[in-house]
Design a protein around this ligand. Sequence first.
Ligand SMILES: O=C(O)CCC(=O)C(=O)O
Ligand SMILES: [Fe+2]
Length: 346
Amino acid sequence: MAAAAPPILDFSVFYGTDDAAKADLVAQVKRCCLHNGFFQIVGHRVPLSLQEKVLDWVKKFFAQPQEEKDRVHKDFNTWNRGYERIGSQILEPGTNPDLKEGYFIGEEISTDHPYFVGKKLNSGPNVWPETMLNVDDFRTTSMEYYSQMHALARDVLAVIAQTLDLKDDYFKEFTTGAVATLRYLHYPPQPADSDEKLARGIGAHTDFGSVTLLMQGDVDGLQVYDKEHDEWLDVVPVKGAYVVNLGNMFMRWANDRYISNLHRVINKSGKERYSVPFFYSGNPDYVIDCLPNCQEEGQAPKYPPISVMDCVGGSYKASYGAAKLFKEQPKAKMEVVTSAQPVLAS
Ligand SMILES: O=C(O)CCC(=O)C(=O)O
Ligand SMILES: [Fe+2]
């Protein structure tokens, strides 16, 4: 098969009554899950006006002065909410720290919520830029979008369930009380003379969770690795579309039958790039155990059962630790340079 960027699938049939079209969608999604775990969808129910409003706010948020953004820095909490500076993360060992800044949002979880009290995965109050003009609209728009992304993730999982010949509500328990992270991202243009081997917007990585739903702005830069041809394929932004990809936890859950694939961003466009990934982890207490129809007759699953919290949690730390080490100990950097496969995830 020739190397090809993730196909664009019409998701609207999922909401319709045409069973043949639905079966066709399921078949196409299955092909993608087996191939590299990446596809794109249009025809979903998230209004374009809301997507555009979010992207507008993302630009405004990052346009604030550095000291305003630092006031909501994610280092002030341990549940992954708030702002991170350019260069905070190294996702691809051997490259320079990522040329991106970010802002994390999640479910609004109060300090008396059992998830906060029980220190569940990424669970706690959001951190809002209270001094930003019209912050109430920023908050309302973000949370409206966040809840729409939960709904879309559930619908995508319903289709994925069917690709495994499971009922469309198979993931209900997993999606009840689910934890997810919305990440606003800004990639300044990479300097024209930056080293191809070292400069990354986001280094090559796989995602951690179950599914990621990514809204790209209108500037390109995202690339998906094609293992068969050893090539990086551009995922050109399509207005309103979501890039959907499976994360490491789903790959493990599917006994490696479905793929969590390497991807990266290099912003050579000369323009500011903005994007908004939504990482769906699932209910932190849910136990991931080999999905039905994912193992060969008579063979044991490759992995033991594990909770969502244990599978996804803690993994972010490695990539932030790597960037810290890079700044503190140039020698350690040299050791990292020699490591072979980029395996860290976000
Ligand atoms: O910005 C993008 O297009 C991709 C972001 C991404 O891969 C991530 O945050 O994990
Ligand atoms: Fe990613």
